[in-house]
Design a binder for this molecule. Structure first.
Ligand SMILES: [Zn+2]
Length: 328
């Protein structure tokens, strides 16, 4: 069976594959965990297939079989050598060589590159040159969670295609198949944590995020009631992925802002509704903005930083959070 895009991308898929001519370069963007990579891989299969039928790769031709075996000579996948690391200029040189070769199977050549925002400066500049001089029948598919981090000159040379987040019902119905061991309530909590992105929700389940979250919510309540100290909590959170913790604080902050402006009446983070409802009434608007600035600045400073003193960082985060209630 050829890889197919997720059902919530059907409309985009039909539009894209129905075109007579395809762009030389696409930039697929969307929230983390909505299925962008799978979309790009399915589209690569479609472009490489010699006998596509009904807008899909056939799954039977030589090209499809080679691709499924992972040995298609006209398909190049570029990712960081290690997850979380940069895509370096060497990888882009390989891409440039690949673009210069003639197709070995006599059809199209396709490059899939993700995450595109992981390209370092040199890599991005090298790619820019290839984008300026496209090769016939060669397609470049870039995938990114953060198009804003790409060079504007790269973005402008690609056809942008945002891949939507599914409706809540579509996401929950997919999750029911993907994680049948969870009950409906837990699946909903996971989906909320994932910002509606089903694959992200599944990944969070693999991290046992529902259980971790339950503990963190209780801890935060205890902190605000002076039953636990910031340094105790920072220690007890040592096994929880930092990215997850920061995500939660960002999401709670967003709820606070929306509650204060009246955009929502109950926190979207339902497990924090009481706490956030109280805070929204007692924290000054200015303090909240300053806290948000602090959080976002530290988010980009800390994530992916190898020599971060995680305990100290978390402690100061918790102290800032608690201070919100005292700084009016
Ligand atoms: Zn085929």
């Amino acid at each position: 069976m050829p890889e197919v895009a997720f059902p919530w991308h059907d409309t985009v898929w039909t539009q894209l594959t129905g075109q007579d001519q395809h762009a030389h370069a696409y930039l697929f963007s969307g929230l983390p965990g909505v299925g962008k990579r799978r979309f790009a891989n399915a589209f690569a299969a479609f472009l490489l297939c010699t006998t596509p039928a009904q807008g899909m790769a056939c799954g039977r031709c030589r090209s499809c079989l080679l691709r499924e075996a992972g040995t298609h000579p006209d398909l190049l996948l570029i990712t960081p050598e290690e997850e979380g690391k940069a895509i370096r200029v060497d990888a882009i040189r390989q891409l440039v060589d690949f673009m210069g070769q003639t197709s070995q199977q006599g059809g199209s050549k396709v490059i899939v590159l993700y995450p595109a925002e992981a390209m370092n400066q040199n890599a991005a500049n090298a790619l820019l040159k290839s984008l300026e001089e496209p090769t016939a029948d060669t397609y470049l598919l870039l995938v990114t969670d953060q198009p804003g981090r790409l060079l504007p000159t790269i973005r402008s040379r690609c056809r942008g295609q945002r891949l939507p987040t599914p409706s809540r019902d579509a996401a929950l119905s997919w999750l029911a198949d993907a994680v049948p061991e969870l009950n409906g309530d837990d699946r909903l909590i996971l989906l909320q944590m994932a910002g509606g992105a089903p694959l992200r929700a599944q990944a969070l389940h693999d991290l046992d995020a529902v259980k971790l979250r339950l503990g963190v919510v209780e801890n935060v309540k205890a902190l605000l009631k002076d039953q636990q100290s910031a340094s105790q909590l920072a220690d007890s959170w040592s096994k929880i992925p930092l990215e997850l913790l920061i995500d939660w604080f960002c999401s709670w902050t967003l709820d606070l802002l929306k509650l204060q402006t009246g955009a929502i009446r109950h926190a979207e983070n339902s497990d924090m509704d009481v706490v956030l409802g109280y805070m929204a009434k007692h924290v000054g608007a200015q303090q909240l903005m300053e806290w948000q600035d602090w959080l976002l600045a530290h988010r980009s400073m800390t994530l992916g930083k190898a020599n971060l003193n995680r305990g100290l960082f978390l402690e100061s985060l918790l102290l800032e959070w608690k201070q919100l209630l005292k700084k009016r």
